[in-house]
Design a protein around this ligand. Structure first.
Ligand SMILES: Cc1cc2nc3c(=O)[nH]c(=O)nc-3n(C[C@H](O)[C@H](O)[C@H](O)COP(=O)(O)OP(=O)(O)OC[C@H]3O[C@@H](n4cnc5c(N)ncnc54)[C@H](O)[C@@H]3O)c2cc1C
Length: 393
């Protein structure tokens, strides 16, 4: 869409006159960059959206597509996730290609220890704050008839939802183009190599000037000059995932297992020490079961977490076998064959902030580090950048 253009002579003064649209440039075609492009276009900006690759292939297309309100930390993080979910739903109605659908989740206990921790958590006000309740085994099966395994109980969250990660970015871009016409241009194959006040510079030396520039380069947060100090507040995390052939039954919820209680801050108030030790494979790979059914019936299953770079370049079979066994145990049936396996890397704030948002040059904001909640929170993260930069509509 649209050829690359050289931008000159734009600046904050023209922006404030209101005579011509303000101009913004966004680097990064992942979900963080794309929601920034959408919010900026809606705020009246002309937006040039630059993506280094021929098309985005980062964390945003490799994830589960879970809009996972259930796991969010009480306070700011939960509020951000709730706002974001509302926005996903709103735009999902206008752009059905995103694949947004409300889908509650079951975090399932397959042993008495996990079940007891869940019962205790369900009585805590943090549970009610997210619409989480404890379900007995019969209620679990009533909620999701595909769960035919031997389960002890589950936490049910009514606020979660799902989008389609392989489709969402293109659908959002098409929506922006349809709604805002020639004020939005997407430029694949345009890699940013530097930032200057109110401008980004690409590998050809082209300066993309804007009243506001946003760097949403995901895990490539330390590739530009001047980002070293900021990078100390971030780390990369590598995950392994897989997808099966279509499963014959329809899953009416997403699924997680009790190991997920260890990784989501929502459960900090639960007596997690009662869970006991993870299995050796789970401990080695920081593993939890998450499972989402895609519209074609396939099951997206994960995940693992590796924190130490350099990451292994190979996909490891041990956690794959464990994840498949856990999923089969909960569903009470053999799973279809695995069709795809992949890895993904996201950037995460080491201090637990929802994301890192920093003005690294006048008018140039780096926004990254949402960790495992980036798909969930991206709409609200983008809206908050416009507020931080003082350009919200
Ligand atoms: C396996 C996996 C599962 C996950 N599951 C979920 C989930 O279910 N729910 C959830 O909420 N979150 C989930 N996450 C987290 C979520 O996917 C990420 O937080 C989010 O996608 C990050 O988006 P991003 O736009 O910052 O990064 P990315 O998607 O990586 O996008 C960054 C983009 O910037 C481009 N780029 C990089 N450098 C440059 C440059 N110099 N110039 C121009 N472009 C550049 C890249 O090519 C890339 O397209 C998961 C992550 C992974 C890896």
């Amino acid at each position: 869409m649209g050829g690359r253009r050289r931008h000159t002579g734009r600046g904050p003064h023209r922006q404030r006159s209101g005579v011509t649209p303000r101009r913004a440039v966004v680097a990064g075609g992942g979900i963080i960059g794309t929601w920034h492009a959408l919010e900026l276009a809606e705020a009246g900006f002309r937006v040039d959206h630059l993506e280094a690759e021929a098309g985005p292939t980062g964390a945003s297309v490799r994830n589960f597509g879970l809009i996972w309100v259930s796991g969010r930390r009480a306070g700011t993080e939960l509020a951000v996730a709730r706002r974001a979910r509302r926005r996903w739903q709103e735009i999902g109605t206008l752009a059905p290609g995103i694949g947004f659908r409300p889908m509650s989740s079951l975090t399932v206990a397959t042993d008495t220890a996990g079940c007891s921790v869940m019962r205790t958590f369900a009585e805590h006000p943090d549970a009610a704050a997210r619409g989480i309740s404890f379900l007995e085994p019969d209620d679990v099966r009533a909620c999701n008839p595909a769960v035919l395994g031997d389960v002890e109980g589950a936490l049910h969250c009514t606020e979660d939802a799902v989008v389609e990660p392989r489709l969402a970015l293109a659908a959002l871009r098409a929506h922006i183009a349809a709604a805002h016409g020639d004020r939005y241009r997407f430029h694949p194959g345009c890699r940013v190599t530097g930032a200057e006040p109110h401008a980004l510079v690409d590998t050809t030396g082209t300066r993309w000037e804007g009243d506001l520039a946003v760097l949403a380069t995901g895990a490539a947060y330390d590739h530009l000059p001047g980002t070293g100090a900021m990078a100390t507040r971030l780390r990369r995390v590598r995950l392994q995932m897989l997808q099966t052939a279509p499963f014959p039954a329809t899953l009416t919820t997403s699924l997680a297992d009790s190991d997920s209680l260890r990784y989501y801050p929502a459960y900090e108030s639960a007596p997690l020490d009662q869970l006991g030790a993870q299995t050796p494979v789970a401990a080695e790979h920081h593993l939890q079961l998450l499972l989402v059914q895609r519209p074609d019936g396939g099951l997206t299953i994960g995940d693992t977490h590796a924190y130490g770079e350099p990451f292994d370049f190979a996909l490891c079979e041990d956690p794959t076998r464990e994840l498949l066994a856990r999923a089969g145990r909960i569903l009470g049936s053999e799973l279809p064959p695995v069709q795809r396996r992949w890895e993904g890397v996201y950037a995460q704030c080491v201090d637990g902030d929802v994301c890192l948002r920093e003005e690294i040059q006048p008018g140039v904001w780096m926004v990254t580090g949402p960790g495992g909640r980036g798909m969930t929170c991206s709409p609200a993260i983008a809206a908050d950048t416009l507020h931080a930069a003082g350009v919200a509509a």
